[in-house]
Design a protein. Structure first.
Lengths: 112, 112
């Protein structure tokens, strides 16, 4: 089973560039979310989705967009990368918002 | 602001000893979860405890929940070197219960 797959694993961007972090799950989970983790810190919620076509903001949504056109995919878009967005990004999915979450292996993003 | 806060931030114990980590949260919850993260990896789910439960066991793990104090504890008994990791609690915000918010984590080191 693939579980939650994130691509790419590593990325370096220049300030002002845009990019999309991909997240796909093959467990037919309704709930998906994106977190960022800065060094020595916990995870902060960026955006989440409770089902296809439905997204909402988390704790730190500024500078990021998401869409959920299918149950499987939940891409995260950086509109204009800034050094403050240097972080490790994790995608997670769960059967419901009250169930255990499965995490991808993360995308390590550096903005220079 | 983060919903859950772990205490202590870091803990170093001898192999074979028990490790106890605490989590405090701010609003009412439906459930509380504990996750483990090995260095640089994605999070792995350990245990979920519902708001109407007071204690739960899974192997060497014991989790307690005190909703009156808005706190939870994770006990790892007979620690092993492989338990070295960061441990996070996660709660659903009471108002909408759609956001799963993580604490800042406890870094556990097991000395041989």
């Amino acid at each position: 089973n693939a579980g939650v797959t994130q691509t790419p694993k590593f990325q370096v961007l220049k300030t002002g560039q845009s990019m999309t972090l991909q997240c796909a799950q093959d467990m037919n989970h309704e709930y998906m979310s994106w977190y960022r983790q800065d060094p020595g810190m916990g995870l902060r919620l960026i955006h989440y989705s409770v089902g296809a076509g439905i997204t909402d903001q988390g704790e730190v949504p500024n500078g990021y967009n998401v869409s959920r056109s299918t149950t499987e995919d939940f891409p995260l878009r950086l509109l204009s990368a800034a050094p403050s967005q240097t972080s490790v990004y994790f995608c997670a999915s769960s059967y419901s918002r009250r169930a255990r979450a499965f995490f991808g292996q993360g995308t390590r993003l550096t903005v220079v | 602001s983060q919903q859950g806060e772990e205490d202590p931030q870091a803990l170093s114990i001898q192999e074979g000893e028990n490790a106890t980590m605490n989590c405090s949260y701010k609003t009412s919850i439906n459930n509380l979860q504990w996750y483990r993260q090995n260095s640089g990896r994605g999070l792995v789910h350990l245990i979920l405890i519902r708001s109407n439960e007071r204690e739960k066991h899974s192997g060497r793990l014991r989790v307690t929940l005190d909703t009156s104090k808005k706190s939870s504890s994770l006990l790892i008994t007979a620690s092993r070197a492989a338990d070295t990791a960061s441990y996070f609690c996660a709660t659903d915000e009471g108002s909408s219960a759609s956001k799963i918010i993580f604490g800042s984590g406890t870094r556990l080191s097991i000395r041989p």
